[in-house]
Design a binder for this molecule. Structure first.
Ligand code: ATP
Length: 695
């Protein structure tokens, strides 16, 4: 197949249907395979001898896998270096064992006796799956010696010594204790990702380390790791030399498209079918695409083609993995599939670093990513599809060689790749900084004097200060001093604009409603758009439609869900996602706990829904748009032309003259997502600093 890797030369998708149900190449079941794909094996309550043997085999096999990792042979060197230096920069190939093994080395060397070993991850799915893997390696349950903490979910207990957490969580903890005293060692993993939170953490942990030294407190050891970081830049910032872990993991064979592909989705599909025809059935495939819509459309296409051509049970299982999916759904692709079935995972860059999806032997990389960037002059976040960096391309290929040699098919030419930027632009140089600036202020740090690894643009910082001033979080842009409101805003694990909705809700008399709405807005899509039964789904969803718009529709769904007893049946009948609604309920409980701590009254506005709509303006005042006589909308801040997204209940009907939206999405054109009709007069009433100069 390698020499044939000429994407697009295999005909069109119709032709592919005929190619798909190729005779399967069944691999003889090796003992190892039986352990990896246990065919939904569930252990009996009292372990039988057979089960004990399976467990023993599994333990031995995990032990062997660990010993084979390159990092395993560098254990002594790492520990010696860490004894001599307080900070280590470690670079090692993807899959070499940095994330799973180094924390265990530290624990064995006694570092967990004086505090917790914390390992940050850019994404929740990585923190959860890695904690599970390490718990398995250490033969304990998650929450015992090893645990994870992600937003709204904490599996750790007082027994936990190794804690995987998202960088956002550690940042939040720093607000409570800027010396991070509960940690003896912190590993900042996947440093190349350069998320805003990670960049801020670099400065905070560096400061905490120095301060602990000054105050003669216990030492804080720092380890910064990645397979693709700019070691010179990091070395300069932390004033240390980098350490390179030699040793390769499983080789990954890279193949590039011979010709430029106009349609990367089609190219990925053709490549997938080539793989399905030529590679053993237990070689699972991971395809990198850019976003939810693209992924769901391709997943449906693959499932349909598989169905058309299979009379018996399908020999492929298609999984999707993107940020908007509920946590439960995200974790499904990590489960084993039955033997003689190929797992196909369609993912965004969420699967790009850190994670190991067991069974993946082939990666198809489309070479694009959806990137959020903030336009400081318009005050709006935009999502754009852009080329990945070369570092991302290597990270993606690294997902193929985790448990065996793999292959990576790049749907772009080798020549094209030379034009990709070598590293991803740090998020801090393109992100909305409102939340970060507030968190720094809550830590007593002024953005202008903070020791950033790369300082953000001044325009971005000023824009954040302006938003915070309007939210009441700081006194003025010129003297950015945090107010009591600012401190309260920082208490909620939310974007400050959403936190503001909760702080102002009691004065509008709608705290009960706002707790529900903010919780639902912070969970993933609760509506299931059923591909085969879209009319039935629309009919079911129509029952909840509010003429005011999407926010009140969502509130109606959530409020009904809260009252219903048989939620499973109700969600099923109404095409609603029970996991996301349950998650929202959990979020609501946690937000209510914080509100109670802050003595905020939980009042209800009953049928006076204008209260909810006015309250929405108090936080989302930058997300307002006016109808123009040409039929499109113009955003108030930034004057962007946009239309109501087709998924909105206000789409295609009467067009309200003034609307509030949750986000602006840029595809071929600008769309306003999650929209509610508001009255123009309310804007100045709720946020007096906003003057309506045009209509
Ligand atoms: N959930 C898992 N299931 C099965 N094997 C796993 C799992 N997680 C890790 N492994 C195994 O452990 C190895 C080391 O993984 P680890 O995440 O520690 O590597 P890494 O060096 O941190 O990689 P990266 O730079 O890509 O994050 C993997 O190559 C894989 O063989």
């Amino acid at each position: 197949m390698d020499s044939k890797y000429l994407i697009g030369s295999n005909g069109n998708a119709r032709g592919l249907a005929a190619v798909f149900p190729v005779k399967r190449k069944l691999e003889p079941m090796k003992e190892q395979n039986v352990i990896k794909k246990p065919n939904n094996y569930s252990p009996p309550k009292q372990p039988t001898q057979v089960y004990k043997n399976v467990l023993a085999n599994r333990k031995t096999s995990i032990e062997q896998e660990r010993k084979a990792l390159p990092v395993y042979h560098c254990r002594q060197r790492i520990l010696k270096e860490l004894e001599a230096h307080d900070t280590l920069l470690i670079m090692g190939e993807t899959g070499s064992g940095k994330t799973t093994q180094i924390p265990q080395f530290l624990m064995q060397a006694g570092y967990a006796n004086q505090g917790i070993i914390g390992i940050t991850q850019p994404r929740r799915v990585a923190a959860i799956t890695i904690a599970k893997r390490v718990a398995q390696e250490m033969a304990c349950n998650v929450g015992e010696a090893v645990g994870y903490t992600v937003r709204f979910e904490d599996s750790t207990t007082e027994r936990t010594r190794i804690r995987y957490l998202t960088d956002g969580i550690l940042l939040r903890e720093a607000i409570g204790d800027h010396l991070l005293r509960k940690y003896s060692a912190i590993m900042l993993d996947e440093a190349h990702e350069r998320t805003v939170n990670a960049d801020v953490l670099f400065g905070i942990v560096k400061e905490a380390q120095q301060e602990r030294r000054k105050q003669k407190l216990s030492k804080l050891k720092l380890i910064i790791t990645s397979a693709t970081m700019d070691i010179d830049h990091f070395g300069q910032y932390f004033n240390v030399k980098g350490m390179y872990l030699e040793g390769r993991t499983h080789p990954v064979r890279i193949m590039h498209a011979k010709q430029t592909q106009d349609d990367y989705i089609h190219a990925a599909l053709v490549t997938l079918f080539d793989i399905h025809r030529n590679e053993p059935i237990n070689h699972d495939v991971l395809i990198f695409l850019t976003g939810q819509e693209e992924i769901e459309a391709l997943a449906q296409q693959i499932r349909q083609l598989a169905r058309i051509n299979n009379s018996g049970p399908s020999d492929v299982r298609v999984f999707t993995l993107y940020a908007q999916l509920s946590q439960g759904k995200q974790l499904e692709c990590f489960m084993p599939v039955p033997a003689n079935t190929r797992k196909i995972v369609l993912a965004t860059n969420i699967a790009e670093t850190s994670i190991t999806i067991p069974g993946i032997r082939c990666v198809i990389d489309c070479g694009f990513v959806k990137q959020k960037s903030f336009n400081a002059s318009s005050g709006l976040d935009l999502l754009k599809t852009v080329r990945i960096s070369q570092a991302q391309a290597w990270q993606r290929s690294g997902r193929a060689g985790r448990d065996a040699p793999g292959k990576c098919y790049r749907t772009y030419t080798k020549q094209a790749m030379t034009a990709f930027p070598s590293a991803t632009q740090p998020e801090i140089l393109r992100a909305n900084l409102t939340s970060t600036v507030l968190q720094l202020l809550a830590l007593g740090i002024d953005c202008y004097s903070f020791d950033f690894i790369d300082a953000p643009e001044q325009q971005g910082v000023v824009s954040a200060y302006k938003t915070l001033e309007k939210l009441g979080g700081i006194k003025s842009v010129t003297v950015p001093c945090i107010t009591t409101t600012g401190r309260w805003l920082a208490q909620f694990p939310l974007d400050p604009r959403y936190a503001k909705l909760l702080l102002s809700a009691p004065s509008f008399g709608c705290m009960d409603e706002m707790l529900s709405l903010v919780a639902a807005m912070n969970s993933d899509n609760v509506f299931i758009g059923h591909a085969d039964k879209s009319e039935l789904a629309s009919l079911a969803h129509a029952k909840f439609q509010s003429k005011h718009g999407d926010h009140l529709t969502l509130l109606k769904v959530f409020a009904t869900f809260q009252k219903i007893e048989k939620t499973k049946i109700w969600c099923h009948d109404n095409f609603l996602n029970i996991r996301n609604l349950t998650y929202a309920r959990n979020v609501r409980n946690q937000l209510q706990e914080i509100a109670t701590r802050l003595n905020l009254a939980v009042n209800s506005c009953g049928d006076n829904l204008d209260a909810v709509k006015k309250c929405l303006i108090s936080g989302l005042f930058e997300n307002i748009a006016m109808l123009q006589k040409e039929g499109h909308y113009l955003t108030l801040s930034g004057r962007q032309k946009a239309r109501i997204h087709p998924s909105s209940v206000l789409h295609g009907k009467y067009k309200p003259p003034c609307i509030l939206f949750t986000e602006l999405v840029q595809t071929e054109q600008n769309y306003l997502r999650q929209v509610t009709e508001i009255s123009i007069e309310w804007i100045e009433e709720v946020v007096p600093s906003i003057k309506i100069t045009h209509k």
